[in-house]
Design a protein around this ligand. Structure first.
Ligand code: F6R
Length: 248
């Protein structure tokens, strides 16, 4: 595991955007694993900025998003399909046919999970997976549990997750209770993983994760300790407690 601590959120976002751009430049059909939420917004802003300066292109890339709420369709403003359009896709030159996000409105969600899993496999897995982390240690929507689920599956959201995501909805009640998420198997099969954590709200979970001595599905992100090509990128605020711990 490589750990990078930056002075600011912007520096961290630029570092991660450059990693994605390196992969974009290195392959004929790179597959990008993308995340939503507050954390990657700065990364997407840097990618848009680079694209407008002709420093990168997405025409040849394939994307797989980590997750989508069950019951929200493509046009729902709280959905992740909408988020991706608004924060990245509409500003750059992806081929719309190469953009993949689980369909939260699928009539048969189990089948949708299977379809998504097979699609990732048919693309020979993901070249670089971008991850945020929940304050409970979730990655994608792989919530604390007694076991790791390997493939894309339907997950019940943790109350902590629903509470922290309620800021994007009108009320806590409006936050869906279930989602489709990539599994830890698909995440671990990615050739490169970048975990980005920003801000003080992530200092406790990052301290817990980076000092964890075991791989435990109750701390889902702990599985990343087993990945051979993982970079953890934090701004100083997210790294505050971790730093303190290693100094003493
Ligand atoms: C989003 C996702 C989640 C978020 C996590 C952190 O696609 O998979 O795991 O990365 O909930 O969310 P933010 O960045 O809003 O703190």
């Amino acid at each position: 595991m490589k750990i990078v601590i930056t002075k600011s959120k912007q520096e961290a976002s630029l570092y991660v955007a450059e990693k994605l751009m390196n992969v974009l430049a290195s392959k004929e059909h790179p597959t990008l694993g993308l995340a939503t939420g507050g954390t990657p917004k700065g990364v997407y802003a840097e990618l848009i900025n680079a694209y407008t300066k002709n420093e990168t292109s997405f025409h040849h890339a394939v994307t797989f998003n980590l997750d989508e709420y069950l019951g929200l369709d493509l046009n729902n403003k709280q959905g992740y399909a909408y988020y991706m359009q608004e924060n990245l896709f509409k500003y750059v030159n992806f081929n719309p046919d190469n953009i993949h996000i689980p369909n939260g409105k699928a009539s048969n969600p189990e089948k949708e999970c299977q379809r998504y899993h097979e699609l990732i496999k048919a693309h020979n897995d993901i070249d670089i997976q971008l991850l945020g982390i929940g304050t409970n240690g979730h990655i994608g929507f792989n919530e604390p549990s007694d076991q790791f689920y390997l493939a894309t599956h339907i997950t019940t959201l943790d109350e902590q997750t629903r509470k922290s995501n309620a800021r994007y909805f009108d009320s806590l009640e409006a936050v869906p209770k279930r989602a489709i998420t990539m599994g830890v198997g698909e995440i671990m099969d990615s050739r490169e993983v970048v975990l980005l954590a920003l801000g003080e709200a992530k200092q406790d979970i990052m301290e817990k994760l980076l000092n964890s001595k075991t791989v435990d599905p109750k701390l889902p992100a702990s599985v990343l300790h087993l990945h051979r090509n993982l970079t953890v990128v934090m701004d100083e605020a997210a790294a505050k407690k971790y730093n303190k711990k290693v100094r003493t």
